[in-house]
Ligand binder design. Sequence first.
Ligand SMILES: Nc1ncnc2c1ncn2[C@@H]1O[C@H](COP(=O)(O)OP(=O)(O)OP(=O)(O)O)[C@@H](O)[C@H]1O
Ligand SMILES: [Mg+2]
Length: 264
Amino acid sequence: MATVFVLANQKGGVGKTTSTYNLGVALADIGQKVLLVDLDPQGGLTYYAGFEPEEIGKTIYHCLTRNTKPRDILVSNDYGIDLLPANIDLSLAEFELVNAPARERRITRIVNEVRESYDFILLDSQPSLGLLTINALAAADEVIIPVSCEFLSIRGTRALLKLIAKVKGSLNSKLKIAGLLPTMFDTRTLHGRQILELLDTEFPRLYVFPHTVARSIRFAESARAQAPVFEAKIQVPGALAYRELARELVKGKTRISVFGRKVF
Ligand SMILES: Nc1ncnc2c1ncn2[C@@H]1O[C@H](COP(=O)(O)OP(=O)(O)OP(=O)(O)O)[C@@H](O)[C@H]1O
Ligand SMILES: [Mg+2]
């Protein structure tokens, strides 16, 4: 039975999609059955996984608005990933669902249909706090919050925490925050280190994953090449953070405090 994680942060470009995909592949590499769900009309995750979003006929949009079964839109790739893809059609879903009954629980229903077949389901959300993100939070067991190591990212996190509290109060009382995942950490600057310290002081009650993802141009290159970052000929330091995170999630010890912080 899958544990469902949503990677959420309404700030754009903090590494949600990159983390969803590489964490998914890292989990698959250690024998886990993994389903990724693209909940962003930009279809970035779908592309990263090796598919052309605009060439896919049926997507998560059809599951959300036409009662299409998730198995009918499922695609798989050679890296052990199953994916419910998305494309620009998804941008219509929020509008079409405005007056629909139980509109916040559409993703929950979809996830429940396939949950038995997986160990991990990772939902990649779009950079907004709209209906699709609320759906994702309602469907998830735990939230992973990627935070890029820059000041503005911290402000965005506060708004997300408020939304999570609201969803917990109304739609999903069991929702937990797995932790903050620092991304795009620049080992050379003081600013990055200050942000890491600030995460601990600003959010003392939240777990900060010790596997800080270092900044590397290889991530952008890997997305363009539609290959996980582990495929790079030269080992990418940041990639190891996703392997460590995968191991940590499998051990299920996300909230056990870890001494010291490692940058990969
Ligand atoms: N550790 C990293 N180091 C350097 N660049 C990175 C890193 N992680 C991701 N990137 C790059 O930063 C950009 C944004 O990353 P990504 O698309 O994963 O963020 P996102 O939060 O999903 O964005 P959006 O909010 O638009 O969905 C991409 O070009 C990606 O390749
Ligand atoms: Mg994204």
